[in-house]
Design a protein around this ligand. Sequence first.
Ligand code: GDP
Ligand code: MG
Length: 191
Amino acid sequence: MLIKKAEFIKSVSSAAGLPDDGKPEFAFIGRSNVGKSSLMNMLLGRKNLVKTSKKPGKTILLNYFNVNDLFYFVDLPGYGFASRSKSEQDLWRILIEKYLKTRKSLVDIFLLIDSRHGILPNDEQMIEFLEHYQIGYTPVFTKTDKLTKTELSVVKQKYPDSFFASAVSGVGKKQLLDYVDKILRNGEKAE
Ligand SMILES: Nc1nc2c(ncn2[C@@H]2O[C@H](COP(=O)(O)OP(=O)(O)O)[C@@H](O)[C@H]2O)c(=O)[nH]1
Ligand SMILES: [Mg+2]
């Protein structure tokens, strides 16, 4: 798939702000610092369209990006910020879980996992949540450039039904975009 257009649309902080044009959307989720913004920029072929920042914002926002006037990429706020208070974490859970459970136009969720660390307890929690509600998702292992060939092949063997990507080298870009294309053509959610 060729990215002809990619633009920031808006930040949404409540259900009322979600786009209602019914375009399919792909959400990106993962621990803070997993490389979510970098991967989205890599896929969209833009350097800094999706902001890569170290600090968690105070508000919990879903950032919408229009791609090719066909679909949306949605940057979900990361989980596992040590600096987030209990009440902020609760708010995150309520908003994000509701979005993931009820959003009709959500066709797939890319669940990002840092290749170096593998699936950590808070990734596991997210996976359990998704599986409990039978919400389809696609694991993407990030930052593969940080692993040696041998280390990477171990991760690949352990998680065969996943994508492997590096925002630095561009590895995984074609595979992921082809996959997005395939889902859009099939017009249904990936399992
Ligand atoms: N080596 C390497 N570093 C990466 C990669 N992706 C992200 N990073 C770095 O990891 C940090 C967090 O990236 P960011 O995209 O902001 O993560 P986010 O918090 O999940 O959105 C930044 O310092 C990035 O430069 C990657 O594929 N390879
Ligand atoms: Mg980010």
